[in-house]
Design a protein around this ligand. Structure first.
Ligand SMILES: C[S@@+](CC[C@H](N)C(=O)[O-])C[C@H]1O[C@@H](n2cnc3c(N)ncnc32)[C@H](O)[C@@H]1O
Length: 158
């Protein structure tokens, strides 16, 4: 996959060590196999159905999730660069700071999407509204925190 730095972009030397570790809790199955095929942002009304496959180890953690119509999904953009501080989105004439963008290229390449929950099958969530490559690692699943319009219950904030 082409990850070359573009004119106007700036990279830095990454820190020598990580500060934390995470567990991937599953994988996201989507129809897209190249980054250029993915939408820039998911569409939870008209996007394709995707499957979030939770590692069976964490299956009990899904108890109660079917009550919600919207979930926040956090995932790890495993093919993204982590060293860019200024980026050149194709749609802009000037570089923008990484923290002023939703680009997958960031120090910790965590993406988030609000998705529509269409169904739950044992350890699999059927959703609409994702924008990532097939097999992207899953970091977390939470009810929509915004006490959401469209949800059956408000999210439990505890
Ligand atoms: C602009 S990001 C938005 C991600 C998320 N919705 C957000 O706002 O945090 C979505 C893009 O990331 C790229 N992408 C998708 N899956 C990726 C992966 N596993 N590793 C690196 N880049 C990925 C694709 O180009 C896709 O269009």
């Amino acid at each position: 996959m082409d990850d070359a730095i573009r004119p106007g972009e700036t990279s830095i030397a990454l820190p020598a060590a990580y500060d934390a570790s995470i567990y991937f809790i599953g994988r996201i199955r989507t129809p897209w196999h190249e980054r250029g095929q993915c939408p820039r942002q998911g569409d939870r009304d008209a996007g394709p159905e995707c499957r979030i496959e939770i590692d069976p180890r964490w299956q009990a953690a899904l108890a109660g999730i079917a009550r919600y119509k919207e979930l926040q999904i956090l995932y790890w953009m495993n093919f993204a660069r982590r060293d860019l501080v200024l980026q050149m989105p194709r749609s802009r004439a000037e570089p923008s700071g990484t923290f002023a963008l939703r680009s997958p290229a960031r120090p910790n390449p965590i993406a988030s999407s609000l998705v529509a929950l269409l169904g739950v099958e044992t350890n699999v969530l059927i959703v609409r509204g994702l924008d990532c490559l097939d097999n992207t690692p899953l970091v977390d699943v939470k009810p929509n925190y915004a006490a959401p319009f469209g949800s059956v219950d408000s999210a439990d904030h505890t």
